[in-house]
Write a protein that binds this ligand. Structure first.
Ligand SMILES: [Zn+2]
Length: 233
């Protein structure tokens, strides 16, 4: 039954509501305000980790530049240290492989913008893709990461679905079903497993609906340990 629900809308595209306010076109290289305490630049912790912040570009599901000041991947320090351990393990097992971060800390204002842009979807569907800003996302605390892996040639591994792909083929929980009918290849599933298993070894938790998203801990634990960060995007 689960699988038939995957099959319903494999090519579904979502109408995205354009956001009314235009982003300033100037890209500032450094934040104008100091970073909140606790946050670190991931690349300062481990320079082997690469970044391609999709929301600093128009190459994202909103096709709009959402970050202007935020140009680096910032995380809580303990989360960044765990991610560094993931990179070390990856390098040990697969020489030349590097983590590639698509998104790390995300300002609450951007979370709200994403939520509103998808308001054509019923809430039940929308929360599979974007956390309700009322409940916040662990991204808003610097405790979630969107990422993939680059091979030794610097190419992103084929995961069978792109970043921010809303189709069910991106759901880790349905991989076996898509593999069975040949819509995902064994190599694509294997690539996802490399990412997942190295992240899980450091206690990260994968979202069942996004192969690229990992939380550092439970929502309850994050709320106890970290502050919500109201950054300038
Ligand atoms: Zn995410």
């Amino acid at each position: 039954m689960m699988f038939w629900s995957c099959q319903e809308s494999p090519k579904k595209t979502i109408p995205i509501k354009p956001t009314p306010k235009k982003q300033p076109s100037t890209v500032l290289k450094t934040p104008t305000t100091p970073l909140p305490e606790g946050l670190v630049d991931v690349q300062q912790i481990n320079a082997a980790i690469q970044i391609d912040l999709k929301y600093t570009t128009t190459d994202n599901f909103l096709r709009e530049r959402l970050y202007t000041r935020l140009q680096k991947a910032y995380l809580q320090k303990d989360v960044a240290i765990r991610l560094s351990e993931v990179q070390k393990e990856l390098s040990r097992k697969y020489p030349g492989y590097q983590l590639l971060i698509y998104d790390a800390v995300r300002p609450v204002s951007v979370q709200e913008k994403m939520w509103k842009a998808l308001d054509s979807l019923p809430v039940k569907e929308r929360i599979k893709f974007v956390s309700n800003p009322k409940n916040l996302s662990l991204h808003n605390m610097g405790a979630a990461i969107d990422l993939t892996i680059l091979n030794a040639n610097g190419e992103a591994l084929d995961m069978g679905a792109g970043f921010d792909d809303i189709r069910k083929i991106a759901y880790p929980c349905l991989e076996d079903s898509f593999l069975k009918v040949g819509q995902l290849t064994p190599l694509q599933v294997q690539n996802r497993k490399i990412l997942r298993s190295t992240m899980l070894m450091q206690g990260f938790r994968q979202l069942p609906t996004e192969w690229w998203h990992f939380n550092a801990c439970s929502r309850e634990e994050a709320k106890r340990k970290y502050k919500v960060l109201y950054l300038e995007p």
